[in-house]
Design a protein around this ligand. Sequence first.
Ligand SMILES: C[S@@+](CC[C@H](N)C(=O)[O-])C[C@H]1O[C@@H](n2cnc3c(N)ncnc32)[C@H](O)[C@@H]1O
Length: 296
Amino acid sequence: MALVKRVKKALGLGPKPVRRPDADGVTYRPLRPLKERLKGWRAVVTNERQRAIYDRVAQSVDPAGYAALQQKYREEIEQADELAVTKYVDLAPWFMIHSRIALLLDIDTRPPGSILDIGAGGGQFLAIAKAHGHKVLAFDKADPAVYADLIALFGIPRIEGGVKLGEPLPDELGRHDMVVVNGQVFDVFPGDRSRRWDVPEWASFIEYLCDTRLTYPGTLFIGLNMSAGPTGTEDFLWPLVDLAERHGAAVDRKRATMRFDLEKPLRFEEIEHRPWAELRRRPTRQAARKIAKPTP
Ligand SMILES: C[S@@+](CC[C@H](N)C(=O)[O-])C[C@H]1O[C@@H](n2cnc3c(N)ncnc32)[C@H](O)[C@@H]1O
């Protein structure tokens, strides 16, 4: 610890860890004993099937490895004036949140398959899938390190990289029976971080995922992010949810999640959009005019 920080801490002048509830009302306590947190959060899981999912992942955590991770991030957590990404160290609330998604995806009853999670974060969803016999793979950016450490705690393989508009994903990601994108924050335009993707960009991305990352029959799950991310967008992209529903997705309108069970790749022909690879380049004026032309 830097000397100044240490002195400030000793004098009680440093930033205090704020027990600030997250936007979803959760107060994270990443330094509390794992057992205590798991017990506390178990009590709020009322659905029996979800509770069985929660129990199974809870039992899969290595307590010594977890205690070492708490120790590693203790200072960062104590210093954080907002709990920031270290909130993911508090596993129990995330097991509750992700066991709900696992339920939506029948993770507990579907035959074992392979699952790719894009922007996997702390890996709590994949830990659940792994505990239920699925072969899992995480894809995420190199930073912050806490994500990689959590994924390692769960013994999950991870490939580093990020989604960038129009750029291919690494070949090594392969194809999977299920691709999950939950609470993502990559839908911002390079060079203009105040703009987020709209339906055409999502249509291009979803088609690209279908063409390159899924096997068939396959499942694609997208859970939108409302407010996290650089622009602090305050609502879900509802037109995308509507589009997904028109294309057969099971949607949950409370949380803007979309589950597509697919026999073949999706095509959004009614939406004016370009193939993913073409989004890397700015459209020529002529092409831009064509894209802007309303659908008859
Ligand atoms: C709000 S967290 C969600 C984490 C996880 N999916 C979950 O549901 O708990 C956003 C995640 O997106 C990742 N991320 C940020 N930019 C990304 C990018 N360009 N490509 C892929 N993932 C990205 C972050 O590292 C983080 O893991």
